[in-house]
Design a protein around this ligand. Sequence first.
Ligand code: CP
Length: 381
Amino acid sequence: MSELKSSPLLDQAALSSLLGQSLLLTQDWSTEDLATVRMLARKLADLDRKGIRTPLCPNELAWAVFFDASTRTKSAWAGAASRLGMQPVIVDGSSTQVSHGETAAETGAMLGMNAHAMGIRHDLILGEGNSFIRDLKSGIDSYLDSTEDIRKVPIVNLQCDIDHPTQSMADLLWLEDNFDDLNQKNITVSWAYSPSYAKPLSVPQGLITLLTRTGANITLAHPPGYQLMEETMTAAASNAEASGGSFRVTNDMDDAFADAHVVYPKSWGAYDLMLERVDANAAGNSDEMAAIEKRALERNAEHTDWICDERRMGLTNEGTALYMHCLPADIGDEVSPGVMDLHKVNVAKEANWKVYVVMALLAGAKVPDLAAKLASLEEEA
Ligand code: CP
């Protein structure tokens, strides 16, 4: 396994294709553009680690609105914006007028009026998050069009109900650090037991849709009833076919771990209960939401044996699979303390890629002649 590949040469023609782009789902993007973002993220990480500053968007405002808790992604947004010379502002979504019924499009127009980039996390309710982000984007775009404002205001999905693209891109960079070629590698994305809360489906959905583009053999494992959104399953199957990899589903965690080169065990909520939340949330029925959450945890508790422990790691390829997690992990439930202890630096390095993914998305969307500008910053330094 290799780590930290050498700094890549940037291809301006490829970079130009990122100009003006927003990332709402990796599935909307070409494989080439996603590879360009990773190449740019690698370059920005290399410069940052050498102490070379990259204030490519000075004095610009980078808004992020979070309708759910976050540690890593908030920090990655702030870190990315400040490294680019932007001013990051992070707002709790419940403190905005959205909580009083202001629409996403209206909110977009208001925030986009003076912002230069926007990040949104809206991941709790199936069918809502990605639509909210799309409506917000249309609000910003129509404001900019109608005022002939030349600003580019890229939108970055910082986790919705369907996808968590900055996470899956960070995960893929970490995988590329560890494997020269992912073609035909066996990668397992598995449900794991959690007593803490019914977690969104977007991390496993983001993983199966992105990693099936690499030529790897992707196994999705979960107990019956923990299926993912149909559209992401269909996309994963068709991506796997196009990339020459494979995609399969099993209800047996041991089977999923057998001969895996990589395991990514994490929890998510039971599908029928995640659907039940939609109506309870729309009705603003907080008692019903709490009752559904209680039932979700009781359902999870029927599967406490779905843990990534030493025995299961022993089933993997030569017993040495790379353990991955988006964090935070429920230690003692999703993963044994021993397995986490062994991999704690690895998962931190995995998480650290997110700051450079966000930087690459913002700089790629906003800065023309990026290759020349980065070369000149490097030369000056
Ligand atoms: N993995 C991840 O998105 O972490 P946060 O929820 O802390 O942002």
